[in-house]
Design a protein around this ligand. Structure first.
Ligand code: AMP
Length: 218
């Protein structure tokens, strides 16, 4: 199968996480979400979590060194042998350069960097309306995807839901600014390497998923 080591890029709320989860389920390529890893570190109270919490709550980016070390260690785990989808990493040019060095050292090659493109005006609405099942993590949205039975998770029947603390309108604005200033410059970086592919993320998620499979030749 083509396309085993992938980067999913795009603005916060652009649907990277949703698409990465679908690829993971369908093709058994593990999703490595640095946001999820940092939230787990915060929940576990690790030194990295303690350092990351206030930065994340402010909508800013956690330091490159922490992120590079985190991914470096994670990629060596057995479940990554069949490939991985980086979701939310790299987010800066130094992280992308760090990833290059790391992959070269491990003798691995990047197959594709995919931009899920969504216009800014959609993102605020997408981010501030989202919530997840506290038990299984299934994602929902106030406007676009309510559970079929109000208050009950479609997947696991759970009745507790949670919202990310950084999905508040003020924080979302800082996250979008960080994307434009620090992460968008990665698009020409990967284009120059000949691995950039773009999908229109401003559509129904099934259509985005189909397009993603098409550009990846899956
Ligand atoms: P996400 O779940 O991808 O939206 O990430 C949530 C937050 O985690 C971001 O706003 C950052 O504060 C932090 N974060 C996640 N990935 C990275 C990264 N690659 N570099 C720096 N900060 C990150």
């Amino acid at each position: 199968m083509a396309g085993k080591r992938l980067i999913l890029m795009g603005p916060p709320g652009g649907g990277k996480g949703t698409q990465a989860k679908r690829l993971q389920e369908r093709y058994k390529i593990v999703q490595l979400s640095t946001g999820d890893m940092l939230r787990a570190a915060i929940a576990a109270g690790t030194p990295v979590g303690l350092q990351a919490k206030s930065v994340m709550d402010a909508g800013k980016l956690v330091s490159d060194d922490i992120l590079i070390a985190m991914i470096d260690a994670r990629v060596d785990e057995a479940d990554c042998a069949n490939g991985f989808i980086l979701d939310g990493f790299p987010r800066t040019i130094p992280q992308a350069e760090g990833l290059d060095r790391m992959l070269a050292k491990k003798g691995l090659k990047l197959d594709a960097a995919i931009e899920v493109r969504v216009p800014d005006e959609r993102l605020l609405e997408r981010l501030t309306g989202r919530f997840t099942c506290a038990k299984c993590g299934e994602g929902y949205h106030d406007k676009f995807k309510q559970p079929k039975k109000p208050g009950v998770c479609d997947v696991c029947g759970g009745t507790e839901f949670s919202r990310r603390s950084d999905d508040k309108a003020e924080t979302v604005k800082t996250r979008l600014a960080a994307y434009h200033q620090q992460t968008a410059p990665l698009l020409p970086f990967y284009e120059a390497k000949g691995v950039l592919k773009v999908v229109d993320g401003d559509r129904d998620m099934d259509l985005v998923a189909a397009d993603l499979e098409r550009v990846l030749g899956l």
